[in-house]
Design a protein around this ligand. Structure first.
Ligand code: NAP
Length: 349
């Protein structure tokens, strides 16, 4: 058995941070040795900072840990970041410069030339960018916006098998995507909010990098027009998306379904601890997938697809569901780190 790798969580008191802790508590390779957040939380016991939001059994030794400030000097060399994007940019850079491997959820460094924007099933090879970073022993690796992840996983098998000419997507996004305490209850009960700041731009640009080609020290983006409309709905976890696609070559519905159901990537080949055996699951029931029923499939790491049918404007339309704080955030980042361990990138941590 390998010795567990000590890890820290930056932004440990937020929606994503709590998910990190939940997923790391019994992780076979990683062991939490530091929890950090803002000055508001620093010095308090971790349990006190998250008590009203705890939905899993927190081991006593983790609950008793004192929350630390987000400054290098934490007893680990790998940190997961669930930091508010207002502060993540500078803090993550400071950690990378101090020799830490930073695996982040925040938007700040996603589109930096040398920084991988990773969905491990889709573009594991983009980790090759890290050698071109200038952080010495440190590095930054990111995962995409939570609504981008599900859509990209649904699109990549179609791109590989049939080519893609255009994508249109309308999202119905969960409340946990807005962080804690998030959207005021009186604003969202009996309501849908047809605006999520910055979200549509991220959905239209991040996939072009993720599905792009590694070219030495940068990624050549793919050319693909994507039109996104994003809505906040009164669901706790799980982003549902209605996607329409125009394909480059003609294909029958069963060919698309086969492409999804047989899709595998490096996480499956390497049998990584958090990798679901079948990352994409197509449902034939016409009323599926649904957030409440399917978001936790494969510990929240499976992306569910359903409702494939002809589109009168493009070629096909279908529905995608993914868990936003697991596959779309903490789980995705942990899968990134598992891949980095297997590739020997964290050998010195
Ligand atoms: P959140 O619930 O608001 O949590 C933000 C975290 O950042 C808290 O731990 C907070 O600590 C910490 N923080 C705030 N100001 C700080 C400062 N000045 N110094 C140090 N720490 C500070 O947000 P979230 O939803 O977890 O999202 C975290 C990040 O992940 C964001 O960048 C978000 O865009 C991204 N993301 C979120 C999701 C999602 O579904 N929620 C999905 C993908 C990506 P205190 O509690 O001490 O204030």
């Amino acid at each position: 058995m390998m010795k567990k790798i000590p890890v820290g969580v930056l932004g440990a008191t937020g929606s994503v941070g709590i998910r990190f802790v939940e997923l790391l508590v019994n992780h076979p390779w990683f062991e939490i040795t530091a929890l950090a957040a803002s000055e508001r939380s620093a010095g308090k016991k971790y349990r006190e900072t998250i008590q009203s939001r705890l939905t899993f059994e927190l081991p006593a030794e983790i609950g008793d840990m004192a929350v630390q400030a987000c400054e290098p000097g934490l007893p680990c060399r790998l940190v997961f970041s669930g930091l508010d994007s207002a502060v993540a940019g500078g803090i993550e850079k400071a950690f990378a410069n101090a020799g830490y491997a930073v695996v982040s959820n925040s938007k700040n460094h996603r589109m930096d030339t040398n920084v991988p924007l990773l969905v491990p099933e889709v573009n594991a090879d983009h980790l090759g960018l890290v050698v071109h970073q200038s952080f010495g022993d440190g590095m930054i690796v990111t995962n995409p916006n939570c609504s981008t992840v599900g859509m990209v996983m649904g699109l990549k098998p179609l791109l590989d098998n049939f080519g893609l000419e255009a994508v249109h997507v309308v999202t119905m996004q969960a409340l946990s995507g807005a962080g804690y305490p998030g959207v005021p209850s009186v604003d969202i009960i009996d309501n849908v909010i047809p605006y999520i700041g910055g979200e549509e731009d991220k959905m239209e640009t991040e996939p072009l990098k993720i599905m792009g080609r590694l070219n030495k020290d940068h990624i050549d983006y793919i050319e693909l027009p994507i039109s996104a409309s994003c809505n906040r709905v009164a669901v706790l976890d799980g982003h549902l998306e209605s996607v329409s696609v125009k394909l480059k070559t003609k294909a029958e519905p069963e060919e698309l379904i086969r492409a999804w159901n047989t899709y595998r990537g490096e996480p499956q080949e390497l049998d990584l601890p958090l990798a679901p055996q079948q990352p994409l699951r197509y449902f034939t029931e016409p009323q599926y997938p649904q957030p409440k029923l399917h978001r936790d499939l494969g510990k929240g790491m499976v992306v569910s697809i359903g409702r494939l049918r002809k589109c009168n404007l493009l070629d096909y339309k279908f529905t995608v569901l993914s868990h936003n704080t697991v596959r779309g955030a903490a789980g995705g980042a942990i899968l990134n780190a598992e891949l980095m361990v297997k590739k020997g990138m964290l050998g010195s941590v």
